[in-house]
Design a protein around this ligand. Structure first.
Ligand SMILES: [Ca+2]
Ligand SMILES: [Ca+2]
Length: 221
């Protein structure tokens, strides 16, 4: 499946748990079997489950809650993470540049008149999901979120740090506890960077069993 391609470098070290999830995913989806080309037999992003995930992300990225994502929302969003003070200057620069590139590639120009409604967001993300190149980039900003909330810099997200992450998303500590307990399947109270980045699944998969669906809090209707 696609995640396997993106994470080739990691692939030797991914947990058995993830391998198991992958094989489940492959069994459930015949469109995920081809790694190196874009000749999918089916269109991705057709399920109501996937649309709910995208509505959930739109709701979070719409920081000022006016129903529309503007690049300003992205700036405020990024600022919340930067403000925590755990990103190096270089990582801050990269983070801003990755968000700007993502915006330009998916939504167009960075100006205040470029507004993305939920309807447009669904259309654009559907297009990106079915475009091999764009699909690879849609989640590039996730590692920066991880680094920003990893307060003690140990490469692991504890429950306390995960609460910080949810706070930056505009979600409650209670919601963080619920999501953390779902995502931390082996209940060791830790999430590794690898586990965190694998949550690009939220953009990519239509498998409802994967805990990644909890990354952005409760799913929107
Ligand atoms: Ca907004
Ligand atoms: Ca940590």
């Amino acid at each position: 499946m696609f995640s396997a391609m993106v994470h080739k470098s990691h692939h030797k070290t991914v947990s058995n748990k993830f391998d198991r999830q992958q094989s489940q995913d492959e069994n459930e989806s015949d469109s995920d079997s081809d790694d190196e080309d874009d000749h999918f037999s089916t269109t991705r992003g057709e399920s109501e489950f996937w649309r709910r995930k995208m509505r959930t992300i739109h709701r979070i990225l719409d920081v000022n809650k006016d129903g529309i994502i503007a690049f300003d929302d992205m700036r405020i969003f990024a600022h919340r993470f930067v403000e925590l003070g755990h990103l190096s200057e270089n990582h801050q620069k990269e983070f801003h540049s990755v968000l700007k590139t993502m915006w330009e590639e998916h939504f167009g120009s960075v100006d205040k008149y470029n507004l993305v409604s939920i309807h447009q967001y669904l259309e654009i993300m559907h297009h990106s999901l079915n475009d091999t190149k764009l699909r690879k980039k849609v989640h590039h900003f996730l590692p920066y979120l991880f680094k920003a909330v990893d307060k003690d810099g140990d490469g692991i997200i504890s429950l306390e740090e995960f609460k910080l992450f949810f706070k930056c998303l505009g979600l409650s500590s209670e919601a963080a506890i619920v999501s953390f307990s779902v995502i931390d399947e082996n209940t060791d109270n830790k999430l590794s960077l690898r586990e965190f980045v694998i949550w690009e699944e939220i953009f990519l998969t239509e498998n409802q069993q994967l805990p990644s669906k909890m990354l952005w809090g409760p799913l929107a209707d």
